[in-house]
Design a protein around this ligand. Structure first.
Ligand code: NAI
Length: 301
């Protein structure tokens, strides 16, 4: 089969001045995509800003014969999000791909988490994805084509000590992506989520000796595939890192049924816990409607 290419496609990649985003940008550009390299250029806690990071990645892409333009807006405001899409339209005339990747950390155990460390993290990861994706989504709807990837984390999908702010923001992205997948379906817009693991400036102090086997470029192949025209997967979540790519899913177990429209008592819940918890025969709903449909035959008796 032919290699996958992105000629005439335009990609917005947030936080692409380093780490994972830079790798996504280099790979997509090497296969023909024009890239908006967005990066605020600040520190890992979200403080500071600068132009150097995004500029250097653009120079790297151009030196290899690719097309890229830098953008330095923060993803944390609606104006920033609009300006990022405008950069794509003004320079390349369209937006086909959005990769929500910008991220910061403000880790604190839950009892010690201050409101400002909640807000800063929700602003970049969750609100940032809304602000960047919404103007791009409107363009994609017009074009009847779009590919969206959100960058979540095992910290949200599975849980991790000291990361309630980050975990909640990251799992919020799963909700955003799932609904975008449902809303985007009739416009040929797909939306998927990755939960990556790689050694970057965000994680280098946490990974220890394992870090050397967890390189940022190991994430880009999956992301590039998900945003390719030939990939029609949507509403999915993937764990990716260290050379492994694996589907993660939210499944619905068959459950225990007391009876159509009946009211389970506290004791009946206790007494039927084995069946409630049993995962055999689970399904993976692709929408809330899908889940309701699964309840239909039960309600019908
Ligand atoms: P990184 O720190 O190298 O990359 C994040 C980039 O986002 C930085 O270049 C930073 O300047 C930029 N950024 C931060 N705030 C911004 C804002 N308001 N507007 C625009 N750009 C902003 O770290 P890494 O690891 O490459 O992170 C990329 C994404 O992957 C993040 O969303 C992170 O939470 C996520 N992630 C990374 C994991 C890993 O193992 N490296 C694990 C799980 C998730």
């Amino acid at each position: 089969m032919a290699d996958i290419r992105y000629d005439d496609r335009v990609a917005i990649i947030t936080g692409a001045g380093g780490g994972l985003g830079r790798q996504h940008a280099l790979l997509l550009a090497s296969r023909g995509a024009a890239i908006v390299v967005n990066d605020l250029g600040g520190n890992t806690d979200g403080t500071g800003s600068g132009h150097t990071m995004a500029e250097l990645v653009c120079k790297e892409i151009e030196a290899a014969g690719g097309k890229a333009v830098p953008n330095y807006d923060s993803v944390t405001t609606p104006e920033g999000g609009e300006a990022i899409t405008k950069t794509a339209i003004d320079n390349f005339g369209r937006v086909d791909i959005v990769i929500n990747n910008a991220g910061i950390l403000r880790d604190k155990s839950f009892a010690n988490l201050e409101p400002e460390n909640l807000d800063a993290v929700l602003d970049v990861h969750l609100r940032g994805a809304f602000f960047v994706t919404q103007p791009a989504f409107r363009v994609m709807k017009e074009q009847q084509y779009g590919r969206i990837v959100c960058t979540a984390s095992a910290a949200g999908v599975f849980g991790n000590f000291g990361q309630t702010n980050y975990g909640a923001a990251k799992m919020g992205l799963v909700g955003l992506s799932n609904v975008l997948a449902v809303e985007g379906k009739k416009y040929n817009i797909t939306s998927n989520v990755i939960a990556p693991l790689a050694k970057t400036r965000l994680t280098e102090d946490l990974l220890g000796p394992l870090g050397d086997k967890l390189q940022p470029e190991q994430i880009a192949g999956l992301v590039a595939y998900l945003v390719s025209e030939e990939c029609t997967l949507t509403h999915e979540i993937f764990s990716v890192g260290g050379g492994r790519v694996a589907r993660v899913f939210v499944g619905l177990a068959k459950g225990w049924v007391k009876g159509a429209g009946e009211t389970p008592s506290i004791e009946e819940i206790r007494d039927n816990l084995t069946q409630i918890m049993d995962t055999e025969g689970y399904t993976i709903p692709t929408s809330a409607q899908d889940e309701l449909m699964a309840l239909g035959p039960i309600l019908a008796g």
